[in-house]
Design a binder for this molecule. Structure first.
Ligand code: ZN
Length: 271
């Protein structure tokens, strides 16, 4: 197993150590990567998906999380009525990369080195990370998917665009996801880099890429707004065992749906 870093100690210390070791080993430095609440060097209040630090209490855990309660553009949402708009494709120009992932205690995040991009309406957003939610966070007519993949992008001005891929229980084995699942860091604070294990996140997308779009937020503290969301209309099909493996790695990590507050949801559908 090439290049596996495995540390079960305190989360920030472990991340720092792993990053330093990776840098020493000539690995990809985690420049500009953010996951969960992270500003580098700032200790954020711990939060959770249930109990006293669960979603309904996030805004009280830290002044920095106030927007989780006061924001008017929060995510995820339940998609019920939509406005049809002419279909313009989401263009995914993703490249193969080494498998690099971190478990920050809130979930597992696949890190993307520079070079993969999403183009939409002529704007370019760079893929920074991919992570997983079980069950799905967005709902369509009240129904959540079995799981949801989030592909996080950022443009040169720091604007964020997230593509959400619903996952359905089915019969198809996704070999890219199998490779990811087999190597996910399961311990909080654990970080892995497999130089010789190539993956391309484009294989985590279904072939039909019609989508809903709306303006929302990060789904985790500090719940920053605005974030452009593109929620794919058709699911990626995975074997039930693959979804169970994802659930083991992430735990239950779906934020409840948030008030729409009159926001329009657009549907870019080909048919
Ligand atoms: Zn997410």
């Amino acid at each position: 197993m090439p290049g596996r870093e495995n540390r079960g100690i305190g989360r920030n210390l472990a991340l720092g150590l792993a990053a330093a070791l990776l840098a020493l080993a000539g690995g990809v430095a985690p420049l500009g990567q953010t996951w969960a609440a992270g500003k580098p060097g700032v200790e954020e209040a711990p939060w959770s998906y249930s109990g006293e630090r669960g979603p309904e209490h996030w805004s009280k855990l830290s002044a920095a999380y106030e927007r989780c309660a006061t924001g008017q553009l929060q995510s995820p949402i339940d998609i019920r009525s939509v406005q049809r708009v002419p279909y313009t494709p989401l263009v995914f120009k993703y490249r193969s990369q080494s498998l690099e992932a971190v478990n920050d205690g809130y979930g597992v995040h696949l890190l993307a080195p520079p070079g993969s991009e999403l183009r939409v309406h002529g704007d370019a957003y760079f893929l920074t990370e991919v992570h997983f939610h079980v069950p799905g966070e967005h709902r369509v007519n009240g129904q959540a998917a079995a799981a949801e993949i989030h592909l996080i992008h950022r443009d040169a001005q720091g604007r964020q665009a997230i593509v959400a891929v619903p996952v359905r229980d089915g019969k198809r084995n996704n070999s890219t996801l199998t490779r990811i699942i087999d190597h996910l860091p399961l311990l909080p604070g654990e970080r892995v880099l497999y130089r010789n294990l190539g993956i391309n996140p484009v294989f985590l997308l279904p072939s039909e890429r019609d989508y809903y779009s709306y303006t929302g937020s990060l789904g985790t503290p500090p719940c920053s707004e605005p974030v452009l969301w593109y929620v794919l209309a058709y699911p990626l099909e995975l074997e039930a065992e693959q979804i169970r493996s994802l659930a083991r790695a992430t735990g239950a990590n779906a934020r409840p749906v948030q008030p729409l507050n009159g926001r329009p949801v657009y549907a870019a559908l080909r048919h």
